[in-house]
Design a protein around this ligand. Sequence first.
Ligand SMILES: Cc1cc2nc3c(=O)[nH]c(=O)nc-3n(C[C@H](O)[C@H](O)[C@H](O)COP(=O)(O)OP(=O)(O)OC[C@H]3O[C@@H](n4cnc5c(N)ncnc54)[C@H](O)[C@@H]3O)c2cc1C
Length: 408
Amino acid sequence: MDFSLSNEEVAFRGQVRAWVSANVPCDYGSAGWPEPLEDRERYRVMREWTQKLYDGGWAGVTWPKEYGGRGATPVEQFLFLEEIATYRTPGPISVIGVGMVGPTIMAFGRGDQKEAHLRKILSGEQIWCQGFSEPDAGSDLAALKTTAVLDGDHYVVNGQKIWTSFGPIADWCLLQVRTDTAVAKHKGLSCLLVDMRSPGIEVRPIRQITGDAEFSELFFTNLRVPRSNLLGQENDGWRVAISTLMHERVNIAALVYTQIRRDLREVVALTKRTQHRGRPLSAVPEVRQRLVRAYSVVESLRLSNLRMRAGTTAADDPGPIGSIFKLIWATTNQALLELPVDLLGPYAELLDGPDGGRAGSGLWLKRYFRSLGNSIEGGTSEILRNIIAERVLGLGRAPTRDTARVAK
Ligand SMILES: Cc1cc2nc3c(=O)[nH]c(=O)nc-3n(C[C@H](O)[C@H](O)[C@H](O)COP(=O)(O)OP(=O)(O)OC[C@H]3O[C@@H](n4cnc5c(N)ncnc54)[C@H](O)[C@@H]3O)c2cc1C
């Protein structure tokens, strides 16, 4: 396959480069954005960056122009992410909205729902969270127990969600609920668009090992959701969920790939400037081997991303390749971030490390801790291996528990 860029793609990349170099604030520049920040300040910085992306027309690179997007191709979106990753910018605050909820509303929403949400997702005016997982329904998502019972023009919702990323700051939630308890578990689900400011919702932030409270538990007690906020058909929520999860795996994979590439560059720089027994760490054979191993995988992710994206549109089904990506980026990111922690030892947790306290030196441990969740979020590695065994290798269905969450 020819991986060279077309003339249009080269011109597009030039356009991105010009915008990025003029608009990434100097304090996010290649010297690193100002981590660590406490939650409120981090969200402020992320909001500011999202607004900048929106004003520049870069908030929804592949989103159709009619919804405020740029209407670019998936390959162009990838080029955009690669350019952004030359800087340590904060993530966009609307990552769930833009990467997962927006595309789901485009696919299943009525005109008035698209009108009410899509542009506001791009501008960061509406922060969304994804209310899928429950204490007893993660990999087996269809086992979820949160119920929604119709009462006149409203659904009355009772139950609990957990691990809801952005829950503490979200304005809206894409909520999976059970609307029919008498049918097979996949058949009784529905998807609701829920205003997080409604009475009957309690948000309890969960503090992680990193120190951040990125996600939360959500408790619903007689929450009333207008019937008009049903997304798609009643009892067709499973199809809606599959669509969201498919977008999650592909869109988040591209974003994370570019972060891994940036981390690799920084780890390489760290090993060059950190001395060990009179020579740089980069001269130690085991370090070199681990770096080269990581580089080989990162490069194959780059090419696979381009291969998957070439000739497709944002709406195309990527098939099981999304699962392969997710599995590979999660394991690669963990292996890569383990390296600086191994190399720096106790210094990995200090802001002023042995490398003179330059960008990121004290954040390696935090980044490593965060990477531990990579093999769980968006489908665990075990589930992804099951999918690859079943759908790519044709080995038949795994004999154990239901693999429902990631059936696509
Ligand atoms: C950082 C992070 C962010 C998240 N954000 C969100 C969010 O925004 N919204 C949301 O809804 N959820 C979110 N989640 C939750 C995530 O989707 C679930 O944690 C995940 O689906 C796994 O479910 P579980 O935790 O219930 O584990 P379980 O499904 O109970 O799995 C426990 C273990 O058993 C293994 N296992 C389960 N079934 C099988 C099987 N059939 N074969 C082999 N092994 C199996 C799993 O691989 C895992 O190791 C997030 C999780 C993390 C870590």
